[in-house]
Design a protein around this ligand. Sequence first.
Ligand SMILES: Cc1ncc(COP(=O)(O)O)c(C=O)c1O
Length: 429
Amino acid sequence: MTSRYELSEQFLDRALAVIPLASQTFSKSLVNYPRGAAPLFIERGEGAYVWDVDGNRYLDCVNSLCAVTLGYCQPEIDQAVATQMKNGVSFSLPHRLETEVAELLTELIPCAESVRFGKNGTDATSAAIRIARAATGREHIAVCGYHGWQDWYIGSTTRHLGVPQAVRDLTHKFDFNNLASLEAIFANAEQPLAAVIMELMNVSYPTAEFLEGVRALCDKHGTVLIFDETITGFRFDLKGAQHLFGVTPDLATFGKGIANGYPLSAVVGKKHYMKWMEDIFFSGTFGGETLSLAAAKAVLTHLKQQDVIGDIRAKGEYLLNGLNSLIESKALGQLFGTAGHPSWSFLLTKETNEQKYWQVKTYLVQSLAARGFLCIGSHNISAAMSYQDLDALLGAYAEILPACQQMLADGTLPQALQGATLQPLFKVR
Ligand SMILES: Cc1ncc(COP(=O)(O)O)c(C=O)c1O
């Protein structure tokens, strides 16, 4: 039998021979895509679509883990990059694009008085933590959400292999929308906090009391408040989720959509904190690489001129409304639900038995992929998606979700799985 994913399968073996996990990014690996029942390697993308190495086309609901907001190969952005490429990529002195993009960020983001650039979101969050530790002379930090792969954060998760215990002991987790859980950390006077770092929103909307409470606690204790806007920035609101939710942090971090998939991140913030950057060490050969900065300049200019943020929110709302109606009309609410912001929404699976939960997740990825949708549980909307694309996705859900609920109820779901079943991941949100 010829598999729809035959070349993906073959390429996986080749990649695994030279690349552990066969991917540079955890979430793009086999942990999210069931071997034998989903594509594993992408060949190219255009607009809202990507093509796998077998030539199958998908509406991409992952959009490079929220990095792509405008769509793949957006002509305006690619043109800006191509023009810059003719003039050189990395130089021996800073390029003026660094200042130009920094100016755009300070103009847009409420807390941004000055800016430094990195490549991945982790560069920016780690820099923000180092600034906070330098500025306060304290070592402990409180975290809420996902903040990247570095020791100071990942040590607080179950994936802490290789992180020294001494580092792990400095990081304390608190729960979203639960101010008491943060107060409990502040209450330990022997562990004064240098920083509180948090995502402003992922699955749930923040309550005003929670965000204002966090701000007040940080002010009271002289702790630096960092909003991790790696995903929310340039997706929820042109001026950041800090503008949408009306609370201003001391520092904030951006990445992902800042350059529509070109590798750029930024730590921004109030001058008296950012000034520490002159003394702490935050430096990388490619920090001022110009192609990504040219892309960011074009992206930010485009976002200022066109209401892309409003467009992806409206499209996301359309999808969420359709999905909620489907769940209600087909009485699927015991198994499925929705959550999140329209531009980054989630199809929740409420199954509590872990084995069955992963069978449902696997079936969804498999069934969506078979119908031409690359989807791993979230809808990361891009402006390139059309309402017809979303109707097609809703049509697929209308077939898949009732069938899944039925098979789960009658115990036949395991037989419907064509490939490997996804395994429990470490959970950060
Ligand atoms: C909220 C948040 N912070 C930080 C990061 C880390 O960014 P990166 O993977 O680019 O290092 C991510 C990545 O998913 C993220 O979602």
